[in-house]
Design a protein around this ligand. Structure first.
Ligand code: ZN
Length: 242
């Protein structure tokens, strides 16, 4: 892990202002709790929907190595021009970690190209996230599974493209299962979808959940490769017949 990795935690920051139950759990916002879990390891800043350009100015995006995204009730309020800029930065190599209800964010749907729909239920049931890729860097330091005493249920079918790598599969007390840690690459960028984090539960204070998000940031960090060249190309060798 690099001490100089620049991580930006983005949150729509609406539930915490409007719903007392959420405010009790995350009085300073979900973004602040996620940032606190990363601040010992990376250079972390936060950005929220109601800031100018949603806090994602060109300068912020250009200097972000990994962007973490939490949204739910205001996906439609995220401006398409900002989504396009985030999309282009991912293709250029910026890492993106999409959390929980971010499955329905404009940026995740655009990068996946599918509906990203799923089953859900809010019943405060137990979730057990099984590590299904024990050698994967995102699972480093995690045992066989992570157990969350209370979470919202997300169930299959989850309408996503087949992940390049699947790191976690969740089981819920009500019987459903879910692909809850999914890796993708798009362009030069790496994307990790991580399921837990409903706003009424203290999931982002959980040390193992924080460990996974920190691991995912290191995994998703830009490789530093120069961009591939596209378009018309001169031959490297003399081509036969010339
Ligand atoms: Zn939720």
């Amino acid at each position: 892990m690099s001490a100089t990795l620049n991580v930006t935690v983005w949150n729509e920051f609406r539930h915490e202002k409007q719903h007392d139950r959420v405010k009790e759990v995350y009085p300073d916002g979900i973004h602040t709790a996620i940032a606190a879990g990363l601040s010992g390891t990376y250079a972390v800043r936060t950005a929220t929907l109601d800031e100018n350009d949603h806090g994602l100015t060109d300068e912020v995006l250009q200097s972000t190595d990994v962007l973490i995204w939490w949204g739910h009730m205001a996906h439609d309020e995220v401006k398409d021009e900002i989504v396009q800029k985030v999309y282009e930065r991912v293709l250029q190599g910026m890492g993106l970690i999409v959390l929980h209800s971010g499955h329905f964010s404009k940026i995740f749907k655009k990068l996946m190209g599918t509906s990203c729909d799923l089953k859900w239920r809010e019943a405060g049931e137990k979730e057990r996230l099984w590590v299904v890729s024990p050698g994967h860097p995102i699972a480093e330091g995690i045992g066989e599974y992570i157990e969350l005493p209370q979470e919202e249920m997300y169930g299959e079918h989850f309408d996503i493209p087949q992940p390049d790598e699947l790191v976690f599969v969740s089981w819920f007390a009500g019987g459903e299962v879910f692909r809850s840690g999914c890796c993708y690459s798009r362009g030069q960028g790496k994307i990790f979808y991580f399921r837990p984090g409903h706003e009424t539960y203290p999931t982002y204070y959980n040390e193992e959940i924080r460990r996974v998000i920190a691991n995912a940031a290191a995994w998703a960090a830009p490789s530093g490769r120069i961009a591939p060249k596209y378009g018309n190309a001169k031959p490297l060798e003399a081509i036969g017949g010339e």
